[in-house]
Design a protein around this ligand. Structure first.
Ligand code: MG
Length: 248
């Protein structure tokens, strides 16, 4: 069942979303060659707590950290640790926060120092795919119009979308109905209605769409070890159109 949110609930979610966006901005300012991803996690956790929220990922199904830090071939769910970022890497950071019982969830892929043209293009296209998906968050559209817009944007650039992990509804739970695949046929799926709030999150690979999960049971990598990027926003559907909640 897709739970629709009231204006008051969306206002609380906007507060959670702002904390998430501010955390991402802070982390972006700390990313440089030589930084360990565990340092980024500490900075994020401190900031989220200082902001009056809770890191939503910490302890979620046993996840040990407050952010997911996913470099290069890691698609999502990378566990922060002693891995040091190096010049030319890309790093996807996913942040979730719970404020007053409501969740915000967003992710972005950042360059570490100077990166290759092909890595920059992957970042640009993945971000574009997210925004093409967000544009479809309007009443009377169907859910998979979002999916279709993401898939066609990524595939037109010669990339593939990950199929095993999907976007989701969000609200009082971090993961609510519906699942929002990053691929699909337009005109299909439930009708999009005002009050629905979606976490839309394209995961785009330079190579094939297949992924593997490493023995830590969390880290998702591309099966061919090609580069992967990930962008996510929490978006409320309103009568006036999409309203992105995870912004500063
Ligand atoms: Mg999410």
């Amino acid at each position: 069942m897709i739970v629709r949110k009231s204006k008051d609930e969306i206002a609380t979610m906007r507060h959670a979303g702002r904390i998430v966006a501010e955390t991402l901005r802070l982390i972006e300012s700390k990313i440089r060659p030589g930084v360990e991803t565990i340092e980024l996690d500490r900075i994020a956790e401190n900031f989220i707590r200082k902001s009056g929220a809770k890191p939503a990922f910490k302890g979620y199904k046993g996840f040990p950290a407050s952010i997911c830090a996913s470099p290069n071939e890691v698609v999502v769910h990378g566990i922060p640790g002693q891995r040091r970022l190096k010049e030319g890497d890309i790093i996807s950071i996913d942040v979730g926060a719970e404020y007053n019982g409501y969740y915000g969830d967003a992710a972005a892929t950042f360059p570490v120092g100077k990166i290759s043209e092909q890595a920059q293009r992957l970042i640009d296209i993945t971000k574009l795919a997210l925004h093409k998906g967000i544009e479809q968050c309007v009443e009377s559209n169907h859910l998979y119009d979002i999916s279709h817009a993401i898939q066609t944007t990524a595939e037109a650039a010669g990339y593939s979308v990950v199929k095993e992990f999907v976007g989701h509804g969000i609200g009082r739970e971090m993961h609510e109905d519906p699942q929002i695949p990053n691929f699909g046929l337009s005109g299909r799926g439930p009708k999009v209605k005002a009050g629905m709030v979606f976490a839309i999150e394209p995961m785009v690979n330079i190579g094939g769409f297949k992924v593997n999960i490493l023995p830590d049971h969390w880290t998702v990598v591309t099966a061919d070890r090609s580069l992967s990027a990930h962008f996510e926003h929490t978006v409320a559907v309103t009568k006036e159109g999409p309203d992105v909640l995870t912004v500063v």
